[in-house]
Design a protein around this ligand. Structure first.
Ligand SMILES: [Zn+2]
Length: 335
């Protein structure tokens, strides 16, 4: 299944609206794609961008020609992505686009495209630079902005864009469709919390990095379910070094730590469900979660603490210290 097929099937409004704009040659200078966390905003923006430079559009991107592939590989000269997921976007980043796009296009298509993923994650100066650029866009320049939280985007930005709203596919549907693509049940249950598309979920489920994180997570749950006294040693010597990441591949420890904390909070949510005699979301891990729930004190408070630490990871805290603090808190019997 190609991404375009996903869009056609699950996001027909976005697909049809954009298809009609292309067919009628009424493409807006700027689009704002909005949707909840997990919805493939960046992937959709990338697909729409490809549709504008594809060698054989039909009428949208074929996803296999040379130009489409160069977008995938970030080697298409007149295409820039700023990703707010990787950190706050600053004025200098926006000015780089403005500078590059004030020159003549390098590629023969003569079209210049930029994506700003999670536009809510820009500082004020960056927003101001962007506003000016959106007000007077150079000819044949197209912007795709995305947001998971439209209320955090300045109305002056929103009003300059054509809005495309993406819907959240029910989690059960994502799991069902992933299983049809031969994703393992446990991976479908875990990753449906992060990906609202079976296609992307399948890709992620095959990545070595994810599989390593899953093993790390299962081992932590097992230790916490057995004798949690070993957990401090395990965190210091196994978990924290593993989360420090692979600098060569460009995965930062913040991204890894955030993902790990998300997985940990899923386990705690299920443990709380077990206490309340409710069904768990991670059905494959029911047995492990049962013993986990029975072992730990103050599950609710621990979950709050996990979410708190996750939310301050972006600031300059020492994430290793924060994790050590967290694991002591989770296992500490306050009686
Ligand atoms: Zn193409």
């Amino acid at each position: 299944m190609r991404f375009g097929d996903y869009l056609k099937q699950y996001q027909p409004l976005v697909y049809e609206t954009f298809k009609n704009s292309v067919a009628n040659e009424r493409i807006a200078h700027a689009y704002l794609l909005s949707g909840e966390s997990g919805v493939p905003l960046l992937e959709t923006a990338t697909f729409l961008a490809k549709s504008l430079i594809c060698d054989h559009p039909n009428p949208l991107a074929d996803e296999e020609c040379r130009s489409c592939l160069r977008i995938d590989h970030h080697t298409y000269s007149d295409f820039i992505v700023l990703d707010g997921k990787e950190g706050q976007i600053k004025k200098g980043d926006v000015q780089e686009i403005v500078g590059d796009f004030s020159k003549t296009p390098l590629e023969s298509k003569g079209v210049m495209i930029y994506i700003i993923n999670l536009v809510e994650n820009m500082n004020l100066q960056a927003v101001n630079s962007l506003l000016k650029f959106l007000e007077e866009p150079p000819a044949k320049t197209y912007a795709f902005l995305t947001t998971e939280n439209e209320t955090q985007v300045l109305p002056t930005i929103v009003s300059r864009c054509e809005k495309l709203r993406m819907i959240l596919v029910p989690k059960e549907t994502v799991i069902e469709d992933s299983l049809k693509l031969d994703v393992k049940e446990e991976d479908a249950e875990i990753l449906s919390n992060f990906y609202n598309s079976a296609l992307l979920l399948k890709e992620r489920s095959e990545e070595a990095e994810y599989l390593a994180m899953k093993t790390l997570w299962v081992d932590v749950l097992k230790i916490l379910s057995a004798d949690s006294r070993d957990i401090v040693f395990h965190f210091e010597n196994v978990v924290i070094p593993a989360l420090a990441g692979n600098k060569k591949k460009g995965t930062s420890s913040i991204q890894n730590t955030r993902f790990f904390l998300d997985m940990l909070s899923m386990a705690f949510k299920d443990a709380i469900a077990i206490e309340a005699k409710q069904p768990v979301a991670l059905k494959t891990y029911d047995g492990l979660l049962q013993s986990f729930a029975g072992r730990l004190p103050h599950l609710g408070e621990s979950l709050t603490e996990i979410l708190k630490i996750r939310s301050i990871l972006n600031t300059n805290i020492n994430s290793s210290l924060a994790l050590m603090h967290l694991i002591l808190y989770i296992t500490e019997d306050k009686q």
